[in-house]
Design a protein around this ligand. Structure first.
Ligand SMILES: Nc1nc2c(c(=O)[nH]1)N[C@H]1C(S)=C(S)[C@@H](COP(=O)(O)O)O[C@H]1N2
Ligand SMILES: [Mo]
Length: 211
């Protein structure tokens, strides 16, 4: 288990970001309910400004190297949940396989792009039609997991099972539930909430809630 609950030191003095209150609940926030998914037809794709496009069946995705992290979760509506235990595939692992970065050990280095690495931004999409975007460097972090496990069990459907993104360094709307696609973009674009006035960068310690 990797404990990444102290990542806040990179962004602020306090573990609890300003304007947030801690809760022991894990509320569900979904724009339109929990979509069905079929493990036999589900496909996860990595497309756009990549060297190699990728597609995984559910079985193939589950065979990717995974990690378990203790992380915090900050919702832009004002609640934070500490010590969530998520298991999944670190984003840099997928970026490396798609040829967006050369070396998974140089995760944070934006200087380490391959020739085709024109990507500067990332769009995530989910089975419910949700989208959310982040700058590439905010994704190339070990804490950004494509998570299929929560608390040692499968990720509950309401919380994005079978697969969701978690972004402990950003407000939680940056973590697409039911995620089935990552598109690398050569220019910034806006996702579902970002088009409706929420921040593209969404740093909780700077209270970047709206744009
Ligand atoms: N696919 C999808 N992902 C989503 C959402 C959504 O409506 N659809 N809501 C976002 C918002 S606003 C938040 S706060 C978190 C909530 O995650 P939770 O329901 O597990 O608490 O998921 C984010 N990811
Ligand atoms: Mo949210």
């Amino acid at each position: 288990m990797k404990d990444v609950t102290d990542l806040y030191r990179e962004f602020g003095e306090e573990r609890l970001p300003p304007g947030q209150r801690e809760t022991s609940e894990f509320p569900v926030l979904s724009k339109s309910g929990t979509p069905d998914w079929d493990p036999d037809t589900w496909e996860f794709t990595v497309t756009g400004a990549v060297e190699t496009e990728l597609a995984f069946s559910w079985e193939e995705f589950r065979d990717l190297p995974s990690e378990t992290h203790r992380q915090d979760f900050h919702c832009v509506t004002g609640w934070s949940k500490f010590d969530c235990e998520f298991t999944g595939v670190p984003f840099p692992e997928l970026a490396e396989r798609a040829g967006v970065v050369d070396d998974v050990d140089e995760r944070r280095s934006s200087g380490n792009r391959t020739e085709s690495g024109q990507a500067v931004h990332v769009m995530f999409s989910g089975l419910d039609g949700y989208t959310t975007d982040l700058p590439l460097e905010d994704c190339l972090r070990e804490e950004v997991l494509l998570a299929w496990g929560y608390d040692g069990e499968s990720l509950p459907a309401d919380h994005g099972g079978p697969l969701r993104v978690v972004t402990p360094h950003r407000y939680a709307y940056k973590g697409a539930k039911w995620v089935d696609g990552i598109e690398f973009l050569t220019e910034p674009d806006r996702g579902y909430w970002e088009k409706r006035g929420y921040s593209q960068t969404a740093d909780p310690w700077r209270e970047e809630r709206y744009s």
